[in-house]
Design a binder for this molecule. Structure first.
Ligand code: NAD
Ligand code: 6OD
Length: 486
């Protein structure tokens, strides 16, 4: 059985108390690795290694040297592309094409893009007048925050971890990563990449484990951590924010969503069906940007529901390695229980189940996997729990609407504010809607398409702060002001 150890100070190390937990395949329930569980001593060692790294070569490197190393990280990830694809497929059970076309390439891109961003950051400088006529030069410099804790979820593990690592390292910080307990493999593999390309020991550290009472809590409480970037559930964000209050540490949060998909009658019908299908069911619905509430303009409502149902019923279940399969399991049995409890509640609350609603019949070799059917409901009031709460599964509720004002009110009637996808051929309407919906990103005739240089984040309970391109510098650097009397 493969053991996954922590990566501390440039070395793979066993957990201090020698405790391990099992990582199971979501596809068939088999144990695929034993993972070291991080406790206080492991987190202490990782944070100390990161602090030492800040005092050593890494802290003294020029931006150019860091940029060169980050390009090398991206190149080495691409050289080992298949290893990353295999590792992520094994942990998540998601289809090969998602790994090959989205999650792994975007992960490598995160290192290149943020290297380019820091290479091109201008210095803010003003020549000031002074009463004696000599003047002064007043300018700002950016310095790294220090040691950044990176706490990650399981749904797109490599993409979401590197989305934080790229800017953190480009800005000259050292990091301690706490991957999700469900998906430790690619963070571990990245340790090998860091050593291969010559990232100094201690700059990138990984401590595995759980959240409360384990590595996650010990890391976010640690006084040696200067800032915390977290992606995950809103209620975990609340706990981490309390931890960050101790020591007045900065936080950047990307949290949950209950995103609306809006389809107007003038939309390109087939493109809209395909777009909503992807946004609701890609990654088995386990995407923070996913659409769990769909609003369709009344004249095309029935036709749209039938077309989406037909598309959903074509998904192919099976092992991710088989290229023909386009639909994976949920991450774990624990998550499946949660999703199935919403499937039951939808029916109790009066939903019409258009398709799905349970566990699919699968061959015996997949029977122990965390599979659920992709599910569509109609007929629920907006107060129903499946319309209000984030389920994070392959399901959506579809409701008809009449006109722009009604749909804007429906879309905004949520405590979340992460994203929206709007399907229309009316350009003026697209602009109006994008301004009126309170979310971090609105997609028009598209979904999950974003240049990494643009800002990303959520409003309301979906997050704090914006990252992406130069926006990431606000979180990963401290700005200092220097004024020189001339
Ligand atoms: P989660 O909050 O359960 O766990 C995320 C990470 O936090 C894990 O590593 C976990 O071990 C750790 N953790 C849990 N409790 C902790 C605590 N008290 N202190 C410190 N660390 C703790 O989230 P998840 O189930 O892994 O991921 C799914 C959630 O993530 C969904 O709500 C989804 O919407 C959200 N998400 C948001 C974005 C975004 O960009 N907004 C992206 C991906 C996922
Ligand atoms: O890469 C991105 O644009 C990004 N932040 C994706 C988030 C996916 C959440 O599941």
């Amino acid at each position: 059985m493969r053991s996954i150890e922590h990566f501390i100070d440039g070395k793979f190390v066993a957990p201090a108390n020698a405790e391990y937990f099992d990582k199971r395949s979501p596809v068939d329930g088999s144990v695929i690795a034993r993972v070291g569980e991080g406790k206080q001593a492991d987190v202490d060692a990782a944070v100390q290694a990161a602090r030492r790294a800040m005092e050593s070569d890494w802290g003294k490197f020029t931006t150019e040297k860091r940029v060169e190393l980050l390009y090398a990280v991206a190149t080495e990830i691409n050289r080992r592309f298949e290893d990353f694809v295999e590792a992520e497929m094994a942990d998540t059970g998601q289809p090969r094409h998602v790994m090959e076309h989205v999650f792994i390439p975007r992960g490598a891109a995160n290192f290149r893009i943020f290297a380019d961003v820091v290479k091109n950051v201008p210095t803010e400088a003003f020549r000031m007048a002074t009463p004696d006529g000599r003047g002064a030069l007043n300018y700002a410099i950016r310095v790294p925050k220090g040691v950044v804790a990176v706490v990650c979820p399981w749904n797109a593990p490599f993409l979401l971890m590197t989305w934080k690592l790229g800017p953190a390292l480009a800005c000259g910080n050292a990091v301690v990563v706490k991957p999700s307990e469900e998906t430790p493999a690619t963070a571990t593999l990245l340790g090998e990449v860091m050593n291969k390309v010559g990232i100094p020991p201690g700059v990138y550290n990984v401590v595995n484990g759980f959240g409360p009472g384990s590595a996650g809590e010990f890391l976010t409480m640690h006084p040696g951590v200067d800032a915390i970037t977290f992606t995950g559930e809103t209620r975990t964000g609340t706990a981490i924010m309390k931890a960050a209050a101790e020591g007045i540490r900065d936080v950047s949060f990307e949290l949950g969503g209950k995103n609306a998909g809006i389809v107007f009658a003038d939309a390109d019908f087939d493109a809209a069906v395909d777009g909503i299908f992807r946004s609701a069911f890609l990654n088995t619905g386990q995407v923070c940007l996913g659409t769990e509430r769909v609003y369709v303009e009344r004249p095309i409502f029935d036709r749209f529901v039938q077309a989406l149902k037909a598309r959903v019923e074509k998904v192919r279940y099976g092992r991710p390695q088989d290229k023909a399969n386009d639909y994976g399991p949920l991450i774990s049995h624990e998550h499946r229980q949660k999703v199935l409890s919403y499937y039951r509640r939808a029916v109790e609350e009066g939903a019409e189940v258009v398709t799905g609603g349970g566990i699919p019949e699968l061959p015996p070799e997949l029977a122990e996997g965390a599979w659920v059917q992709p599910t569509i409901w109609t007929g629920l009031p907006e107060t129903a729990s499946v319309v209000r709460e984030e389920i994070f599964g392959p399901c959506c509720h579809i409701r008809p609407f009449d006109g722009e004002d009604e749909v804007v009110a429906l879309a905004n009637d949520t405590e979340y504010g992460l994203s929206t996808t709007v399907w229309t051929t009316n350009l003026a309407r697209a602009h109006r809607i994008a301004e009126r919906i309170d979310v971090g990103i609105t997609w028009i005739n598209s979904w999950f398409l974003r240049d990494l240089r643009t800002p990303f984040g959520g409003s309301k309970h979906s997050g704090i702060g914006r990252e992406g391109g130069v926006h990431s510098l606000e979180f990963y650097t401290e700005t200092r002001n220097v004024c020189i009397k001339l």
